[in-house]
Design a protein around this ligand. Structure first.
Ligand SMILES: NC(=O)c1ccc[n+]([C@@H]2O[C@H](COP(=O)([O-])OP(=O)(O)OC[C@H]3O[C@@H](n4cnc5c(N)ncnc54)[C@H](OP(=O)(O)O)[C@@H]3O)[C@@H](O)[C@H]2O)c1
Length: 334
């Protein structure tokens, strides 16, 4: 790549995206891209419904530019009933890969050609790598082919689980192994978090969810798969290391805290992690600050799952700092 060229051209893309469901929140335009679009530019994308709030294009395009790849990462609003068609379309157009977000992660389990160990373990696909078959029958990432290969397959991965533990370590110094954690939420993100915490060796895990039957089903799954973990649907009675919010309470301005202060006092926790990253300060994090806990929002989780996706597609280490900066800028974290 001609580094001097992209440094001088500056921003090549000027679009704004206002998330209709969040009204006032502004997703900053993607800027500072590398090579100009040409006939050899390859594409990746995130599919979601809705997707216009996604900060992934800003983050991934910054990573792609830093790696000097002639790729672009875009976003497509894909309805669940058209997901299979959309994955096959990307395959036919020789896309590098895809990210999948709500509500596609579970659906895609039945739509990809092969499942990596990570997607099998966590029961969800958030990353697809397209691979071509070489003359010696080996399957290789599609960017390694000069000409479009005849046989292309979709390979499903999950990078969400690693993103959670990496962010807990980096942002809060929490290692999970041997620790006691209260997890609020048993939806898609809560389920992956609970299973990853259990697989990483959490000692005590309490799972609270508005719909108790979902928390109970998750507890039963953990008891079966990870019998060494002390897991329950009750609030902890003693001091713990961490509270994690994996509910969507806090996304909207008037949302209450997901934690009932009568049931658990935050002063009994060393740290608090909110998976929500926009807004960057939720009612739960404000309460954590007041209670003197160490706290962090979900930006690091988003960063690390995205960085891992880029590594899967490119085979190179992701440039974390430029991706982090782009992410912060895109969601106005300054
Ligand atoms: N930082 C990141 O990279 C990252 C990645 C993924 C998700 N997230 C965040 O994690 C959160 C959950 O996402 P998800 O994909 O798991 O969504 P989801 O599958 O729709 O689950 C939503 C969760 O929130 C609970 N909930 C929703 N409204 C509630 C209310 N009014 N009162 C109490 N609980 C309520 C749900 O409880 P019920 O089961 O009772 O409905 C469920 O546990 C979202 O805020 C999302 O932004 C962050």
């Amino acid at each position: 790549m001609d580094g001097a060229y992209w440094k001088t051209v500056g921003p090549t893309s000027r679009h704004s995206a206002l998330d209709p469901s969040l009204g006032h929140r502004y997703i900053a335009p993607v800027s500072n891209h590398s090579l100009p679009l040409s006939a050899s530019t390859r594409l990746c994308a995130v599919y979601g419904f809705p997707v216009r709030h996604s900060a992934s294009p800003a983050m991934q395009n910054a990573g792609i530019a830093t790696l000097g790849l002639d790729w672009r990462y875009t976003a497509a609003e894909v309805r669940p009933e058209q997901l299979k068609e959309a994955i096959n379309g990307a395959r036919a157009m020789h896309y590098i890969g895809l990210n999948l977000t709500v509500p596609h992660k579970l659906l895609a389990m039945d739509m990809v050609d092969i499942l990596d160990e990570s997607s099998q373990e966590w029961g969800a696909v958030n990353t697809i790598l397209f691979e071509g078959q070489r003359d010696d029958n080996q399957w290789r990432p599609i960017h390694e082919f000069d000409c479009a290969p005849q046989n292309i397959r979709s390979h499903g991965f999950n990078t969400d689980a690693d993103g959670i533990t990496q962010s807990l370590r980096e942002d809060l110094g929490i290692e999970v192994r041997g620790e006691s954690i209260l997890l609020l939420g048993a939806g898609g993100a809560g389920r992956v978090a609970a299973l990853k915490l259990a697989a990483t060796g959490v000692k005590d895990l309490s799972i609270i969810n508005r719909t108790t039957s979902k928390a109970e089903a998750l507890v039963a799954e953990i008891q079966q798969r990870f019998p060494a973990v002390n897991v329950s649907v009750n609030y902890p009675s003693s001091e713990i290391d961490l509270v994690i919010n994996a509910t969507s309470l806090g996304l909207r301005d008037k949302d209450p805290s997901p934690l009932d202060p009568q049931a658990f006092c935050l002063k009994k926790s060393r740290a608090v992690y909110d998976m929500i990253y926009q807004p960057n300060q939720t009612p739960l994090l404000t309460a954590a600050k007041e209670a003197g806990c160490k706290y962090a929002n979900g930006l690091g989780m988003l960063l690390h799952q995205g960085a891992k996706s880029l590594e899967i597609w490119s085979g190179q280490s992701a440039p974390l700092e430029s991706m982090r900066e782009a992410l912060k800028k895109a969601i106005n974290h300054g």
